[in-house]
Design a protein around this ligand. Sequence first.
Ligand SMILES: Cc1ncc(COP(=O)(O)O)c(C=O)c1O
Length: 456
Amino acid sequence: MDKTVAGIAAASIEAMLAREKARFIAGNPISQRLGDEAKHHFPDGVPLHWMTDWGTPFPLFVREAQGASLTDADGHRYRDFCLGDTGAMFGHSPGPILTVLAEQGGHGLTYMLPTEDAPAVGRLLAERFGLPFWQVAATATDANRFALRWARAITGRPKILVFNGCYHGTVDETFVRLRDGEPIHRPGLLGQFADLTQGASVVEFNDLPALEAALAARDVACVITEPALTNIGMVLPDPGFIEGVQAACRATGTLLLIDETHTISTGPGGWTRAHGLSPDFFVVGKAIAGGVPCAVWGFTAAIEAAMKAARARTGPGHSGMGTTLSANALALRALRANLEQVMTPAAYDHMLAMSGRLAAGIRRVIAERGLPWHVSAVGARAEFVCGPVPPRNGTEAAAAMHGDLEAAIHLFLMNRGVLIAPFHNMTLTCPATTTEDVDHLVACVAAACDALIAGA
Ligand SMILES: Cc1ncc(COP(=O)(O)O)c(C=O)c1O
């Protein structure tokens, strides 16, 4: 019998990949030329190697983007549901951010001193996310790294705990996975010099008994998690699971870091606010300053006091945290404008409505064709997964990922003016996304499914 992948004949996937690659090559001569030129000084022709992860025969070069629309170097316009993999979750160049860029541009961009915006930014963060103290970093990776370092300093415990399939940026200690129930290094790590499994425990998401067992030795400083895993497809928490994680942490003196870099798609205060969580640390990066590089991490008053005590115990010297451009004048200004004028409840109302329409549309496409696929969503973030039932943990989610099938669909969409995130099948809607954008995406997914089913 012919091999099938998630209900689709493997031969059909292969044929679509070949066809769509040829179409991409024929349609993008300028991107191809730019890629060839850039190869002289950038490996594979890109300034960041992730830019080759799109499954295209050569990288797509961008001319410009505005709102929910992106135009490539060859002049094709895309309805953008990738949105910079969340960095542009509030649209490309929102008006208030444009104003800030123009205003701050003439007044210096980075001083390594706080600006007059700082008190207002602190107040806005505290009001919105409910934690009294904050620090600003340049990336979510940094914010997570710094918070985890503090957690170890405060508790005096050596380890952290992550859930299998997590991603929190390029934070060394989180690069562990489970294989047959045993912790291992995440495959593909380059230049690794320490055994990360010594410093990190890893258990499956939605497995509270495993978490409780791992915390029982009281050697874990901090559990770091997204409220729903969004980086291995999408894994939603069972009802009460995250609350259970919080309780298990409390019971064992373990700190809890909720990373809302992606789940800020839930609503204006993230999942944490929507579900009344009370973590010790809270991180959000990527889109928090409207696309200007910036991340924030918040913490409780008890943590702030414990930081002071840890500082006093340790004595003066380099903390191992901080980067020169963190909290620069431009980032702070953009952060303020984004919180005050862009990330508004009204913006979320629209984003959630668009995402709801998108999820319903793709569910309909799947049901009408009887495909063994499903759709999960966290607010303005939706994901179609090529597996029959929602995965409950990282192992199940990894099993539902099918590289070639996803790549074929992505290329099919791209060739028809639609961008979704290159990693798995994630879509985001922004305040500028229109019903027409959504309906076009749904129609293109339907056409891709029909072509895959027909094998044509
Ligand atoms: C949940 C989560 N946290 C942190 C990060 C790291 O963000 P950055 O690459 O901007 O440092 C990511 C990136 O995808 C993420 O998904």
